[in-house]
Write a protein that binds this ligand. Structure first.
Ligand code: C5P
Length: 224
C-alpha cells in the first residue's frame, strides 16, 4: 500500500528521527518530525521572552506562528521554517532542547499542534515521529513502533554526534538532560509519552541504524 501511516514514538534521543527519515525515503513517503514543531514554538517563545509556564501567551504566540517542515533536495534533511525563516539549526540548540518539554506539556498548545500534524497527512504514505503519534495524533496508524534504548546508549550516541560536529559535550550532563526530558514528557497529564497498546517495541540499544530501518520496513511490508 502506498498510503500507509507509520507512527514512531519513543523517548528522547532514541534515534527516531534518523530512522524515520530513512524509512520515509526508502518508501517514498513523506516524513513529519513533530518534535521540530514543538522546538520551533519553544525557540520563538524564548526569542520573545515569553514565560514558558504562561500557557495563554504561548497559545497566542502559536496562533501567529506558521511552522512548515520542508524536505531538502537530497531527501535527507528536513528544514524547519518559522514565519518564512529557516530555523533548522536554532531549534536544535541546547537551550531549546532543555526547555521544549515545558512548552509541550500545555494542553492548548498540544491541541493546535495535533490539528496541524493531522493536516499534514494527505492521501499518501507518511512516517511521523514524536511522543504521542500512535496514542493520539494517528491512533489508526497501520504501523506503530515504540523505539527505546538505554539512557547510557542514547547519551553516548548524542555525545559522539556532538564530538563529530566539534561541539563541546559532557556525557554525564547529556544523560541527566535526557533523563529529565523523558521524565517531564512521561509524567505530563496531556498525551504523555507512553507506548500505545498496539505498538511494537523496538529496543535499538545494540542495533545499527540500518538494522532498525530494515526491521520497520519489514513490518510495514507485512501490512501492505
Ligand atoms: O523528538 P524531539 O526530541 O525533537 O522532541 C522535542 C520535544 O518535543 C520532546 O522532548 C517533547 O517534549 C516534545 N514532543 C511532544 N510530542 C511530540 C513530539 C515532541 O511532546 N509528538
Amino acid at each position: 500500500k502506498t498510503n500507509l501511516t507509520i507512527a514512531i514514538d519513543g523517548p528522547a534521543a532514541a534515534g527516531k528521527s534518523t530512522v524515520a527519515k530513512k524509512v520515509a525515503q526508502q518508501l517514498s513517503f513523506i516524513y513529519v518530525d513533530t518534535g521540530a514543531m514543538y522546538r520551533a514554538l519553544t525557540w520563538k517563545a524564548l526569542q520573545e521572552g515569553i514565560d514558558l509556564e504562561d500557557e495563554e501567551s504561548l497559545s497566542v504566540l502559536l496562533a501567529h506562528t506558521k511552522i512548515s517542515l520542508t524536505q531538502s533536495e537530497s531527501g535527507e534533511g528536513q528544514h524547519v521554517i518559522l514565519n518564512g525563516v529557516d530555523v533548522s539549526e536554532e531549534v536544535r540548540s541546547q537551550e531549546v532542547t532543555n526547555q521544549v518539554s515545558y512548552v509541550a506539556k500545555h494542553p492548548s498548545v498540544r491541541t493546535v499542534m495535533v490539528e496541524r500534524q493531522r493536516d499534514l497527512v494527505k492521501d499518501q504514505g507518511v512516517v511521523m515521529d514524536g511522543r504521542d503519534i500512535g496514542t493520539h495524533v494517528l491512533p489508526h496508524a497501520e504501523v506503530k513502533i515504540f523505539m527505546i534504548a538505554s539512557v547510557e546508549e542514547r547519551a553516548l550516541r548524542r555525545h559522539m554526534e556532538n564530538q563529530e560536529k566539534g561541539y563541546h559535550s559532557d556525557l554525564k550532563q547529556l544523560q541527566d538532560e535526557i533523563r529529565r526530558r523523558d521524565e517531564i514528557d512521561s509524567q505530563r497529564e496531556t498525551a504523555p509519552l507512553v507506548k500505545a497498546d498496539d505498538a511494537i517495541e523496538l529496543d535499538t540499544t545494540s542495533l545499527s541504524i540500518e538494522e532498525v530501518v530494515q526491521k520497520i520496513i519489514e513490518i510495514a511490508e507485512k501490512k501492505s
